[in-house]
Ligand binder design. Structure first.
Ligand SMILES: *Cc1c(COP(=O)(O)O)cnc(C)c1O
Length: 455
């Protein structure tokens, strides 16, 4: 037991040192740190090593070669940070080593998750009776919700897709916005609905679905909307989409991987009004709620439909009385990921979540204003936490992105949006301060000057 205590203290100390010094290092690992990763490429040993040595090796070779996304100056891919309260909860929950899918294997996990579920429904403002699935990320959350959608619209046409599959099923139409996230298409492919069969609906200049361009609907239909376009941050007019397709019995799904959190703050809620009228939603806790990775959420308005798509029966498994998470997720065994969601909400409260969202949006507006003041072209209306800036030719844009990344002061990614090459800034971490924004802005403007941006 002493060995365990020493080992876990060592892990805590190494983690603390890592996070304490993250602001002082380059956001991208140095070439030397990358080269040292070759140290992991050893033959599998016959006999094991002491646990302390295993951890030391991980810290020596691994820590320097991480991307400093836990710091305040990483602005790529809508990557949220992890609040210290959630990292700590994650450590304790790892020590518990609970199988979070069943009450029998973890009453603690199931109860904590039930509370997190109730708080989320309240915070996001989803209807009573909504069921949730705590899954790995928005990709699987979209997949999970769309499985319920597929089940429901085919059941309404007299077909049991869980029992009988898709072969011989009535045709099912899927509509997506022209700027649908590729993971939604991937989910459609996995569900046998086809990545490329979905009918694209035209979008406007901010990437929002145009409800007036939705074709006439007949038969089983799923309409995939999005709140939080990965480039512009804009939200589809979900209420108008519901007005248009609900009378014909279509299912409306919302991919709100980061944008659904706009529901939690007064100043952004106006953009996502009426989103509660949809039939299912997907979001990521590991993005804007700032919990550690591996934390997505699927919500389905009529909970029994999610359960129909995901329920599992087996003779050796206990029959659930209360909430049994594994009846709502693709997985059976899984980690107790609801613990970190609970910890984030318990730590932040309503006001804290709103403040996190609003702070990131304010930082994004500051980036946009600073870039525009220097004569650069911001392509999107900066309504949320996303900024898309175009510095000129595709070559110049790519050179600036490469220079920003190589400098290591901050990290922004490249994108192609509305046919133009550009740089994308996504502010999604609790850790980003005003100072981080100013320092990053200076680095970006400096790179733009060096690389000959047109202004
Ligand atoms: C990030 C994102 C996804 C995918 O989420 P993962 O957590 O990476 O699986 C899907 N849709 C949108 C709009 C996203 O921003």
């Amino acid at each position: 037991m002493d060995i365990t205590a020493g080992l876990l203290r060592d892990a805590a100390e190494r983690s603390i040192r890592y996070l304490d010094t993250i602001g002082a290092r380059s956001v991208v690992p140095t070439p030397l740190a990358i080269a040292n990763l070759a140290g992991f490429d050893e033959p599998l040993a016959d006999s094991g090593a002491p646990a302390a040595e295993v951890l030391a090796c991980l810290d020596r070779l691994g820590s320097p070669a991480t991307v400093a996304s836990a710091g305040g100056r990483f602005f790529g891919f809508v990557t949220g940070g992890a609040l210290p309260a959630t990292v700590a909860a994650n450590w304790l929950a790892a020590a518990w080593d609970q199988e979070g899918g069943m009450w029998a294997s973890s009453p603690a996990s199931v109860a904590i998750e039930a509370t997190a579920h109730r708080w989320l429904i309240e915070l996001i403002g989803l209807p009573d009776g909504t069921a949730s699935a705590f899954v790995t990320g928005a990709t699987v959350a979209n997949l999970t919700a769309l499985a319920a959608a597929r089940s429901a619209v085919l059941a309404a046409a007299g077909w049991d897709v869980e029992a009988d599959g898709l072969i011989g099923a009535p045709p099912l139409t899927v509509l997506v916005g022209a700027e649908v996230h590729p993971t939604v298409r991937k989910g459609l492919g996995i569900l046998g609905l086809g990545r490329n069969r979905a009918v694209e609906v035209e979008t406007d200049r901010q990437g929002r679905i145009r409800p007036d361009r939705i074709p006439r609907i007949t038969g089983p239909t799923i309409v995939c909307t999005q709140v939080g376009n990965v480039n512009s941050g804009a939200a589809d007019p979900v209420a108008a989409v519901c007005d248009r397709v609900h009378p014909d019995g279509a299912w409306v799904h919302v991919d709100g991987a980061f944008g659904l959190w706009a529901r939690a703050a007064e100043s952004t809620r106006g953009q996502v009004l009426g989103v509660e009228r949809a039939d299912s939603w997907a979001t990521d806790a590991h993005k804007w709620l700032n919990v550690p990775y591996d934390s997505g959420l699927a919500f389905v308005r009529r909970g029994e439909l999610l359960r129909r798509a995901m329920a599992l029966t087996a003779a050796y498994l206990p029959v659930a009385t209360g909430r049994q998470p594994d009846h709502y997720t693709p997985e059976l065994s899984r980690r107790a990921r609801g613990v970190e969601v609970w910890a984030a909400l318990r730590f932040l409260g309503r006001a804290g979540v709103a403040d996190l969202v609003e702070r990131c949006c304010r930082h994004a507006r500051r980036f946009a204003a600073g870039l525009a003041a220097a004569g650069h072209r911001v392509m999107n209306d900066v309504v949320l936490n996303q900024v898309v800036v175009n510095f000129g030719s595709p070559e110049v844009n790519d050179a600036i992105v490469a220079a920003v990344q190589a400098d290591g002061e901050c990290w922004c990614g490249a994108t192609t949006w509305r046919g133009e090459r550009a740089m994308r800034i996504s502010v999604s971490s609790w850790a980003t301060t005003d100072q981080d924004v100013e320092r990053s802005l200076t680095a970006i403007l400096d790179a733009a000057r060096r690389c000959g941006a047109s202004r």
